[in-house]
Ligand binder design. Structure first.
Ligand code: ATP
Ligand code: MG
Length: 247
């Protein structure tokens, strides 16, 4: 059975002030895949994500979402299909946790009681007791709690594709590992397509069905974790040196 393609990059370059931020991106993401983009700071991971939900449009080449170029999509419709957890969580400061998490369902006119039960379900999932946290504002949370609200919000409307830009960066290592495992289980169970950015190779190995290694704006290695382990690319070797034995 051939697998459907969720996202496809066709010879994509994105430039600002005539300088390419990413170049020659040419790869596809099958539905249900957990693709982890790994790379050091400034290597082009966030830029690649933003090309998927059309925060950026290619300077050359095209990005296809469900086989249609992103430039031909209605932007709002496209973004409703793509949950996005941004690096800085992007919560609305003047909305409670409950309103933040229920944002997309309410834009999609779900019934209030449906929204509330979905919000509570998502907060449970990310380990925040709804009774305690639903009515707080983002500034009344720790950085790690805010990140978890960001994850809950991205999952709430059940989008088929999730972009997650270092969503667990601000968590302590124990909570982080718990959430990674929980997220992995969930992703496999729901069959979601996920693009997950990290510069933590440990995290990449826990979550990835394939790892894409970015270096200087290019995708230099793309393969399963086993293939990645055998990659002779110097940047892959540099990352593999950071790998500690898994707990
Ligand atoms: N809007 C912009 N205009 C000009 N240059 C940009 C813009 N956004 C990012 N850059 C540059 O593009 C390169 C790639 O940035 P990007 O944000 O994709 O990196 P990243 O891999 O996500 O890094 P990090 O791990 O630090 O988040 C960097 O050199 C960055 O300075
Ligand atoms: Mg980034």
């Amino acid at each position: 059975m051939s697998q459907e393609i969720a996202v496809e990059f066709r010879h994509v370059t994105f430039s600002r002030n005539r300088r390419p931020l990413v170049a020659n991106l040419n790869f596809s993401i099958p539905q249900g895949e957990a693709l982890v983009l790994l790379g050091r700071s400034g290597s082009g991971k966030t830029t690649t994500m933003k090309l998927i939900n059309r925060l950026f449009t290619p300077s050359q080449g095209e990005v296809l979402f469900n086989n249609i170029p992103t430039t031909q999509w209605n932007e709002i419709k496209l973004r409703r299909k793509i949950g996005y957890v941004i690096q800085e969580t992007g919560l609305f400061p003047h909305f409670t946790v409950e309103r933040n998490v229920g944002l997309v369902p309410s834009l999609e006119h779900w019934k209030p009681n449906q929204i509330k039960s979905r919000v509570y379900e998502m907060l449970h999932l990310v380990g925040l007791e709804p009774e305690k946290f639903a009515h707080r504002y983002p500034h009344e949370l720790s950085g790690g709690q805010r990140q978890r609200v960001g994850v809950a919000r991205a999952l709430a409307a059940n989008p088929p594709v999730l972009l997650m830009d270092e969503p667990f960066g601000a968590l302590d290592p124990i909570t982080r590992l718990e959430l990674q495992r929980e997220f992995k289980r969930l992703q496999q169970e729901l069959g979601k397509t996920v693009v997950f950015v990290t510069h933590d190779i440990q995290e990449a190995f826990v979550l990835a069905s394939r790892i894409g290694l970015m270096y200087g704006g290019e995708l230099v290695v793309l393969g399963t974790p086993e293939e990645f382990m055998r990659s002779p690319h110097p940047e892959a070797l540099a990352f593999l040196q950071c790998l500690k034995p898994t707990p």
